[in-house]
Design a protein around this ligand. Structure first.
Ligand code: ZN
Ligand code: ZN
Length: 172
């Protein structure tokens, strides 16, 4: 995505709405990006300060860390940056504060790389089909959400239930 900011940098306009498609490439293991990732927001300029305020939405698919059911969901996060012209902020600072600045080169902003990096960082490390998902019952193999599946109540750490289910299968 190329965004022409020359008018805003010259102070001719104060706001420029942004809405475009994003194409995240390498997904972490177990994650598949679905089509339709977008960034939408606005670039605002006033008194020499140019900022991008936006929201990134990324539909994706993965599996529940507890019950292994497929999960389709949408990652959403704020993507806000101060826009600086090339050469005004040192490379060291840019590298250190990659989540604060975006560099505009010859009036053109190309935010894709920074957005894609943010998507990677914002993805949850554990995806759950429901916050209440407790994995599979080690006795009957049914998914347990909230209350027990109907088997005798017992306290089982959900992290172990999948493994226990596998072991129980082996016993039979
Ligand atoms: Zn689940
Ligand atoms: Zn059960």
């Amino acid at each position: 995505m190329l965004i022409d900011l020359s008018a805003i940098l010259r102070g001719e306009i104060r706001e420029l709405p942004i809405d475009g498609e994003v194409f995240p490439d390498a997904a972490p293991d177990g994650i598949e990006y679905l089509p339709g990732a977008r960034i939408s927001g606005v670039v605002s300029g006033s008194a020499g300060l140019v900022t991008l305020t936006s929201r990134v939405t990324v539909p994706y698919r993965g599996e529940c860390a507890r019950c292994l059911d497929p999960v389709e969901t949408v990652l959403e996060f704020d993507f806000d940056r101060t826009i600086v012209t090339e050469g005004t902020v040192s490379d060291d600072v840019l590298e250190e504060k990659a989540d604060e600045y975006l560099v505009v080169k010859r009036g053109i902003l190309e935010p894709d790389e920074a957005i894609i990096e943010s998507i990677y960082l914002e993805l949850p490390s554990r995806l759950l089909c429901s916050p209440d998902c407790r994995g599979l019952c080690p006795k009957c193999g049914k998914k347990m959400i909230g209350d027990e599946c109907g088997c005798a109540p017992r306290e089982i750490d959900p992290r172990w239930s999948k493994l226990k289910a596998l072991l129980d299968e082996d016993d039979e």
